[in-house]
Design a protein around this ligand. Sequence first.
Ligand code: CA
Length: 224
Amino acid sequence: MRLLLAEDERRVRAFVARGLSEEGFQVREAGDGAEALGLLEAEQFDLLLLDWMLPRSSGLEVLRTLRARSDVTPIIMLTARDAVSDRTLALNEGADDYLVKPFAFEELLARVRAVLRRASGRASGTLSCADLTLDPATRKVVRQGKEIRLTAREFALLTFLLEHAGEVVSRSRIVEAVWEHDFETFSNVVEVYIRYLRAKIDEPFPRKLIQTVRGVGYSLRDEP
Ligand code: CA
C-alpha cells in the first residue's frame, strides 16, 4: 500500500512516516501543498494523509483540487481545527475521514486501515461493516447470514451510512444524500428513518452498529 503524507511540520512527518513504514506501508512525503499535488499527478497512491495547515496550497485547497479533477484517492485530513464546522467542511469537500491533532499513532493507524478497507470495498462493489453487508448490484442486505428486507429509502440510507462507515455524518448531509430534492420541511425525517433502520439491522442483533452522536448526527461503526 502506497501512502502520501503531506505535512509541513518535520517532526510530525518523520514520526508518522516512520510508524507507517514499520507497519509495512510505503510512504512518500510532501512538505507543502504544491509538492503534494505534483506527486499526486505523477504517481498513484492508495491513500493521502493531508495536513490542513500547509504552505503553498492548504490542505483544503489540495482536497478541492483533487476532487475537482475527479481524483478519488482516499483522504484523511490531519488538523488542529476541531470545530464541528471545520470537520463538516472537510467531509463535505470530499475527505474520507479526519483526525484532530495531537493524535495517538494507534488511532491514525486504525483510521488508515479503516479507510483503506472501505476503499477496497467500494472497488469490489460490496459495502460492509462488521457482520453487515450490502450489495448495491443485487440490493441484498445480509447480517449474520440472514437477509434483511429494506424499503427503497431505508436501503438508500443504509448505503450512505455504509459508504461513510466510521465517520460521523450530520443529519443535513444525510438529508442531502438520501432525500435530495423531494425533501420538504419534515424536520425529523432522518430520526424516523434511523429508527426504522435500527429496528431491522440492529435490534435483532446483540452488537449495535448505528450510533447516535449527540448534537451532530450518526455514525455507523463497529464499536461502542
Ligand atoms: Ca501544518
